[in-house]
Design a protein around this ligand. Structure first.
Ligand code: ADE
Length: 226
């Protein structure tokens, strides 16, 4: 998968893209993530990318021309253009699964008060929010999205079963895990997990996943039933 990130802060991505699954995926050539500096597509010598909104409202808006030019510089027939913004559809695992099938994603990271509405009307295929709160821009949101997508790509996470048992993949939260020592300060690992009885362990984990989800995320149970 190829991903182009359109941003006024390309340096924002240097360290995160160089760590963990995002680094591994790029090293294995399973992903190619390229940052595009929006200012390179400004039309004036000051490299201006923002301007006041018509109508006299407070705050600055990202201008349409640099965004259109930046997207058009990387767009191909198979490209899927996403604007990261608090107005988008709220990201969940189903959406991540859907996006992990795309061949080329162009992510536009909004900034300031937002983007000129014509970007929404005429340029993008999708608009994604990572939750009902406001960030100063789409950069952190795009990283969350890239990481969630990357770990689903075949060959990135070595252990397929590990991904398959993740929270949300089954529609439920994942069951609790314990590791050594079996007795830590008198806090013991549940007996069933060290019993060696695989059937019993599976039943325990299924029960725990259901119990945890009912307690912490009853909305997920409702969604499963719908
Ligand atoms: N930009 C600002 N806030 C955001 C959010 N919650 N999700 C995605 N992009 C954003």
């Amino acid at each position: 998968m190829r991903i182009h990130l359109i941003t006024i802060f390309p340096e924002f991505f240097t360290s995160p893209l160089g760590c963990g699954v995002m680094r591994i995926a790029q090293e294995k050539k399973l992903t190619e993530v390229v940052t595009v500096n929006l200012r390179d597509f400004a039309t004036d010598t000051y490299r201006t990318v923002d301007d006041y909104p018509f109508g006299g409202f407070p705050g600055m808006i990202l201008k349409p021309e640099p965004i259109f030019r930046a997207v058009e510089s990387v767009k191909q027939d198979n490209s899927y253009v996403i604007l990261l913004s608090p107005q988008g559809r709220t990201l969940n695992q189903d959406i991540v699964n859907e996006l992990s099938q795309k061949e080329h994603i162009v992510m536009i990271c909004g900034r300031y008060k937002g983007v000129d509405e014509r970007v929404r009307e005429h340029l993008i295929n999708d608009e994604i929010s990572i939750g009902d709160y406001v960030l100063s821009g789409g950069e952190a949101a795009s990283l969350a999205l890239i990481e969630a997508i990357t770990r689903l790509l075949p060959g990135v996470v070595g252990d397929k079963e590990s991904v398959a048992s993740d929270s949300f993949i089954s529609g439920l939260l994942d069951a609790p895990y314990y590791t050594r020592p079996q007795d830590f300060r008198g806090y013991k690992v549940p007996e069933v997990l060290v019993s060696g009885n695989h059937q019993k362990v599976k039943e325990w984990r299924d029960e725990q996943a259901m119990k945890l989800t009912k307690e912490k995320r009853p909305d997920l149970i409702k969604k499963l039933k719908d």
